[in-house]
Design a protein around this ligand. Sequence first.
Ligand code: NI
Length: 191
Amino acid sequence: MTILPIATIGHPELRIRASEVDPSEIKSPEIQTFIDDLVETMRHANGAGLAATQVLRHQRICAVEVNKNPRYPYKPQVPLTILINPRLTPLDDDMFENNEGCLSVPGFRGNVWRHTSIRVEAYDRNGSKIDEIIRGMTACTYQHEVDHLDGLLFMDKVKDSKTFTTWESFDKFHHHDFVIRVKDLVAKFGS
Ligand code: NI
């Protein structure tokens, strides 16, 4: 497996909208090897997710996994999930003001409003269809990753630029209050 370089903000290709994967190609060695590399790269960088766009492959594939993540210790666990051609549909208007960071935006975090309940339709890495309801913090993580496939970064969606912080300032001044809000969210939705 290969650790792929992760592009950072300012790289023009982070703004490309990724193309749909032909479902008949999901099981090809090329796609399967790429998925292995994407997962390896995400784990190596301690990401909670990674989208193909971030490693400059412009196909609609992303990975999500939270397993005692040191970057986001408050995130509930999420088993390794590969989403191919994901389509997210909000179930209602309930939103959570999430504080986000991104491997493509090193050093910075900011607040983004995310839907708390979404329907996720996608293919998994075996080409089987996924059709699930995802809620809470995990729904926020999914929305962040799928945004990458549309050429969007979390900072595009930060409404209040005063919420931008370095990771150091976040830990020092904002982490405590945010974790209380996350605990309420996770208690409400179980994820
Ligand atoms: Ni990101």
